[in-house]
Each structure stands twice: as C-alpha cells, then as structure tokens.
Design a protein around this ligand. Structure first.
Ligand code: AMP
Ligand code: MG
Length: 418
C-alpha cells in the first residue's frame, strides 16, 4: 500500500495546472491573479479634501493672528463628485466636502470644526500649513506602478484595490468546477425526519463548506442511493460538466460500495486506491483525461481529513495558488500521542493557546484531541489541524508518552494561529 507522501505526489502529478481567463470582478474573490496588474492612474486621482471644511490659499493667511485675523470671502461650495475646474482667487475660500477635488490654487483645508465665520466670511486667526488636510494626487500609488503581483490571491481587499483603479475584470486562473456526490442508502438530509436505519448526511454539507472556504463554489452537491446505475449517471454528468469530482462514501470493500465499479464502468482510470493511513485508508484517486476524481471514505472524520490533506493541495494547484497545501510546521507535543506500528496517523490536534501567547513563534505546542475515531466528528470542531505520526515500525521515536516530541502538524485554513 502506498504512503501518504506517495499518494500526495501521485495526486500532484495527475492534477492539471491552472488555466488563465479573464473574469468579471464579481467572480474574482478567491481567485489567483494570472498576470501582474499595474496602476492605470494615480491614487488619489487628484488632490482632494480629507475633511469637510474650507479650502483656502495658505499665502492669504500667512500673517494671520488672533489680533489681526484675515477674513476670506466664501465664494461657493465644492462637493464630492463636482467636475468643475475652478480657480480660487486671492482672498477667497470655498466650502469643500470630503473627497471634493481641490480647486486650482487651493493649498490647505480648514476643517469645519475649526472654522470661524463672521458675517458670512471665514475668519482665520493663525497661519495654515500648506497641504493641511489635502490628500495629494499619487501620494499612495503613481500611474504605472505595480499594484498587484501575479500569484496574488484576490481577497476582498485586493478586489477593492482593483475596483478603485477602475478594473471591471481581471486575468485570473480559472477556478476548478467541482461536483460532490455523496452515496449511501442510509443518508437523510438534515431537516427531515430520521427513520429507522438512517443517519443524517453530514459529509456533503461539510465538504460543500470546505470548498466554499477555499473559494470554490461547487457546481452541484448531490446525495445518491447505492445504486450503480444512478451513481454511473451522476458520474457521467459530473465529468462532462466539471474538472474535479468528489465522491463521498462507497469506496470501501462493502457489498454496496458501488463507487469504484461505477467509476471503472465510466472509464475512469484508477491512479491509486488505499493509502497506508488512519483515518482514510480506502481513499481513491482516479483520472479520466484531464478530469480528476477523488473517492473519500464515508466516515465523516476520514472524509474531512482526506479532503484537507489530499483534495485541498489539488484544488490549490488548479486555482494557481502558490501554497502546496495546508500550512505545515513542526510543533512540540504534549500529552499522549497515539502511534501505530504500521500505519501513518493523522491525529486531530489542537495547539495550546498558551504556547501561542508565551512562546517564540516556532515553539507551538500541540496536543492530540480525544475521540480520534474516524466516525467521530465533534472533536474536529476544536481541531487546529492534524499531527502527522509516522508508523513506529519505521524507526521513528516511540510516541504514546508525553514529552518533548516534535511532529509535523498540518494546519486547517481556519486555525489562524500561525
Ligand atoms: P462507507 O464509506 O460508505 O462505507 O461509509 C462508512 C461510514 O460512514 C458508514 O457508517 C456510513 O453510514 C457513514 N457515512 C457515509 N456517508 C456519510 C455521509 N454523507 N454523512 C455521514 N456519514 C456517512
Ligand atoms: Mg456507504
């Protein structure tokens, strides 16, 4: 049986690289830029007011004092969006609103709160610094400067940046089109009444959410009975429509585990089936032309672990993201760390919050959570990720004891600790 590392390498090799396309801004969140973006204009686009107040010429009030105030005539009002090009004459001021462009000759803004009006005139009792409360054209970015680098993942702030420079679309890597098919006669949709022999379908909801979390909105999420004809039909449609198919359940050796047979009948080539790991031993990976197919075991914690450990790296590659998969780092372990003689373990684990607060950044301490069973989901709510425990037979130090053991830990995207 292959090891987790061999499985990951096979998936990487068989996963197609990202393809670029131009996408509307509304569809760009979570996509990766396929080309550098340069500023098509300066930012700010013109000198404008940072305050509601009065725009003046500093020279007019250079000698103002409490005893000898300078009185400026208020010639009009400028609001954000006004397109007039005005010149501010000597001895005058304009009322100006935040964001309004500064008229020619204007050099400073007196905030409304500090302004003194006497008989309709602006009374200035001290010199005003040139540039006060003016946002300068280009002070943030000059025209032509590099705005966003190829490879940047377009999070909301980056989308805001693109919009602020007037981009209605961007060249991004196409997001993979993914279908999720959960199989099982026992599955009942949440919200429905549970009849004898049935359980609620948690996996398809969990995997749908996990996909959304990494910016992939699935084409379809369907629940099917363990009937080969139905499963085959759904596989055919999914492969015709999408780039990646995720099957949940039915890949093991049970009499009603029809998924592998259905895939074979649909001419999907098995790249591997079974990985020497716990949870998730029956993990399946196959390929048909450029389409990739994952079969995850139905046990919920196994499906969850396999999704993050094996499918996330593949989707990242298709998304054009630079990270190879989950963030990984060595951590110190505390408490008992189960280990198996011959299997690689992925243990649900939590980082000690104290170690985040009090230790140097490379000194995180993690502990394996209770309820490691692959059918047990609740402990995953507290998990920051998975401790990778190699089999003890491979000459690795013995675990099962507390202590200063260092292990690699893979961090879930929502862990937010490192
Ligand atoms: P399977 O991989 O289909 O043999 O399923 C293994 C175990 O996972 C069984 O106990 C199933 O009832 C359970 N299971 C399968 N699919 C789901 C699902 N979508 N949601 C929750 N449990 C599931
Ligand atoms: Mg099943």
């Amino acid at each position: 049986m292959i090891t987790p590392l061999q499985a990951a390498a096979l998936i990487r090799r068989n996963t197609p690289s990202s393809v670029s396309r131009v996408a509307a801004l509304a569809d760009c969140c979570g996509s990766v830029l396929a080309a550098d973006v340069r500023a098509g204009c300066a930012m700010p686009v013109a000198d404008n007011s940072a305050m509601d107040g009065y725009v003046i010429r500093s020279v007019d009030v250079a000698r103002a004092s409490k005893d000898r105030p300078v009185k400026l005539r208020v010639a009009g009002t400028l609001k954000a969006g006004d397109g007039r090009t005005l010149r501010i004459a000597a001895g005058t001021a304009y009322r100006i609103m935040t964001g309004a462009f500064i008229p020619t000759g204007g050099t400073a803004v007196i905030p409304k709160e500090d302004a003194k009006l006497q008989e309709g005139r602006l009374c200035v009792e001290q010199p005003i610094r040139t540039g006060q409360h003016i946002r300068r054209c280009g002070e943030e970015i000059q025209k032509g400067q590099l705005l966003l680098k190829k490879g940047t993942c377009l999070h909301p702030a980056a989308i805001g940046v693109l919009a602020s420079f007037g981009f209605a679309s961007a060249s991004v890597y196409q997001k993979p089109r993914v279908t999720v098919l959960a199989t099982g006669n026992e599955l009942t949709a949440p919200g429905k009444k549970l009849s004898p022999g049935k359980i609620y379908d948690s996996n398809s909801w969990m995997i749908r959410s996990a996909l959304l979390q990494i910016g992939v909105s699935p084409l379809r999420v369907l629940t099917l009975r363990d009937e080969i004809a139905k499963v085959r039909r759904a596989i055919r449609t999914a492969l015709a429509e999408g780039d990646c198919l995720i099957l949940l359940g039915g890949v093991s050796v049970g009499d009603y585990d029809v998924v592998k047979e259905a895939l074979a009948l649909e001419k999907v080539r098995t790249v591997f089936w079974k990985v020497n790991q716990k949870p998730g031993k029956p993990l399946y990976f196959g390929r048909k032309a450029k389409k990739i197919i994952f079969g995850l075991p139905g046990n919920p914690a196994a499906a969850f672990t396999c999704f993050y450990e094996y499918i996330v790296p593949a989707l990242f590659k298709m998304l054009g993201r630079s990270e190879p998969g989950l963030r990984q780092r060595a951590v110190k372990t505390e408490g008992a760390v189960p280990q198996d003689k011959s299997k690689h373990l992925f243990l649900k684990a939590r980082v000690s919050k104290d170690s985040v607060k009090h230790s140097a950044a490379d000194e995180l301490t993690a502990q394996a959570l209770n309820h490691q069973g692959s059918h047990m989901l609740t402990s995953l709510v507290d998990a920051d990720g998975f401790l990778r425990v190699p089999p003890s037979g491979e000459g690795a130090p013995q675990a099962g004891t507390s202590g200063d053991r260092r292990l690699l830990m893979d961090f879930l995207p929502h862990a937010g600790l490192i």
